[in-house]
Structure formats: C-alpha cells, structure tokens
Design a protein around this ligand. Structure first.
Ligand code: NDP
Length: 270
C-alpha cells in the first residue's frame, strides 16, 4: 500500500526534506510520497496529520513543541527533551521521536579526540543536542546572548555564561574547548557572528574543530574558523543524518542507516 508523508513548518518552502525522502523512496522502490505543509497554527498539527491520512511526518520550526504535545506515545529521548521532529502513525496512534539530536551527535562523532564542547546559543536545537551530547559523555558548556534563556540549562546542571558575564571576567580561567558550535541563527539571514569577536578570539584559536548548524552557506562563523585553519563542518550532515534516522522510523526499521545513506546523500551533491 502506498503511504503519504509530509513536513510541517512555517516557513516550509525552503525545506530539503521532501527531496531527501522522495529520492530515497524512489531509489529503494518504495511506493510512497513526501509533501510539504505550511502550518500556521501548531495547535492543529494533530488534526491536520490525521485528516491528511499521513503515515508519518517531520516537523520543523516553530512546531517541534506542538508536535511533542500532539503525540500519543513518545520515545524516551523525545520525552526527556520535550521536542519532536518526527512522528510515525501506528494503528491510529502518533509516536513521536527527536532525530535532530542523534543526527547532530553522529555528525560531530566524525571529529576525533573531542571531549569538551562549547555551544554558542541556547535555543530549541541547543536544548536537545546538549542533552544527547552529555548522555554520550561529552562535557558541554553553553553561552548565550540573553541570560534568561540559560536558566533551564543551569537548572539542568550545565555550565553556562552569558556574553556579558564572559566579557566582564578573565576568560583565561575557563578551560579551553575541543569543539566550538554555532547553535544560533546568527549568519542564517544576516552577516553577523554569533558572539562578540572578543569571545570568539578567546576560544576558537584553541579548538580542534568548529561546527555551524546552519547549512548550505558559508556563515561568518565558519569563515572565521577557516581563517584559523580549523576543521569545519556546516549543518548539512546533521540535516542528512536526522533525515536518515527519520526514514528508519518511517519504514519501521526495514532499512538501516547505511542502506539509506547513499540515496539520501545524493540530494546534497547537487
Ligand atoms: P531558536 O530560535 O530556538 O534559538 C535561536 C538562538 O540563536 C538563541 O540562542 C538566540 O539567542 C540566538 N541568536 C539568534 N540571533 C543571534 C545573534 N544575532 N547573535 C547571537 N545570538 C543569536 O532557534 P533553533 O535553536 O531552533 O535554531 C538554531 C539554528 O539551528 C538555526 O540557524 C536553524 O536553522 C539551525 N538548525 C539546523 C538544523 C540542521 O539539521 N542542520 C536542524 C535544526 C535547526 P537569544 O536567546 O539571545 O535570542
């Protein structure tokens, strides 16, 4: 039987997910189709999912918390981080997963000898990825422009600093980081760095690698890291890997990661 999948978001027109999943359905000879749906009211996500007769969906900004609330069942990790980007329908019940964070973990695992990680940014993506990294044994420190956003991370036991705090202290007191990650949207639609240059100049030169979660463009952050001859990576692998893990869920694990990888990766070659 053919199945229908979709991505919900607002905006959603830029999403690569339809291309990634449709190319993989075709390559694996699966009779299914993946569409995009611009959803303005996140509270209607469950109703829309069911009325469209979807077998599964991905959820992007700003509806990942709505998706969390729309599900009947949540896997342990989605439950822990309160954010769902993948829903699968089984017997009329919606099962929710978070594949962004394991996708990010896999993307950074390709760097060797990384233990201490600095996140610049404390939004929704940082929330799930900080937890997955800590569970995997990394030490994660989080810095952010707005101090209030750090409160939930502090309550969760992470070491955190606001930019102003860092600028007013002797940053040499802080142990250096192996990996620095831009977890903000700075550089996505503008040309800004994610933190004051004084902070970046303190931590980037001592790092082994730098990652930006923004994909498909050279951000000012990545440009700076390259000028310092760091190993770099943009958010494309994270996007690819979260898609592969979602595809595993959509097909009820009939295909494993390495079977899906070459087909989905081809979309990124264009
Ligand atoms: P949120 O809106 O939840 O959080 C945004 C974060 O960025 C906040 O910490 C905010 O700081 C910070 N920020 C925004 N603009 C600036 C700026 N000019 N200077 C400093 N800090 C800034 O966003 P998300 O966590 O959902 O997304 C973050 C990024 O991750 C986006 O660029 C998104 O595209 C990317 N992403 C990539 C994925 C992938 O597969 N590659 C998957 C999911 C997301 P403040 O609190 O001070 O406002």
């Amino acid at each position: 039987m053919s199945s229908l999948f979709a991505i919900f978001g607002n905006p959603v027109s830029h999403s690569k997910s339809p291309l990634m999943h449709n190319a993989t359905f075709k390559a694996l000879d699966i009779d299914s189709c993946y569409a995009r749906y611009m959803l303005t009211d996140g509270e209607r996500l469950r109703e829309k999912f069911l009325s469209l007769g979807l077998s599964g969906a991905n959820i992007t900004v700003p509806h990942k918390e709505h998706a969390y609330r729309a599900c009947d069942y949540l896997d342990e990790f989605a439950q822990k981080v309160g954010s769902v980007n993948t829903i699968v329908q089984r017997d009329g019940k919606l099962h929710g997963y978070n594949t962004d964070a394991p996708g990010f973990l896999r993307a950074i695992s390709e760097f060797e000898d990384i233990k201490r990680v600095l996140f610049i940014g404390a939004g929704g993506t940082a929330q799930s990825t900080s937890v997955v990294l800590r569970d995997a044994g990394y030490d994660v420190t989080i810095i952010n422009r707005t101090p209030a956003r750090l409160e939930r991370y502090i309550a969760d036991g992470f070491i955190c600093y606001s930019f102003d705090e860092l600028l007013s202290m002797d940053m040499n007191q802080i142990e250096r980081f192996d990996l620095v990650v831009n977890m903000t949207s700075a550089g996505l639609e503008d040309d800004s760095l994610p933190a004051p240059i004084k902070i970046l100049n303190e931590f980037l030169p001592h790092s082994k690698a730098c990652v930006d979660v923004i994909y498909g463009k050279q951000t000012p952050f990545l440009r700076l890291a390259k000028e310092l001859n760091k190993d770099t990576k943009d958010g494309s692998d994270m996007l690819l890997y979260q898609g592969i893990i979602a595809f595993e869920h959509f097909t009820n694990y009939s295909y494993d990661f390495n079977q899906i990888l070459p087909h989905m990766r081809r979309v990124f070659d264009f």
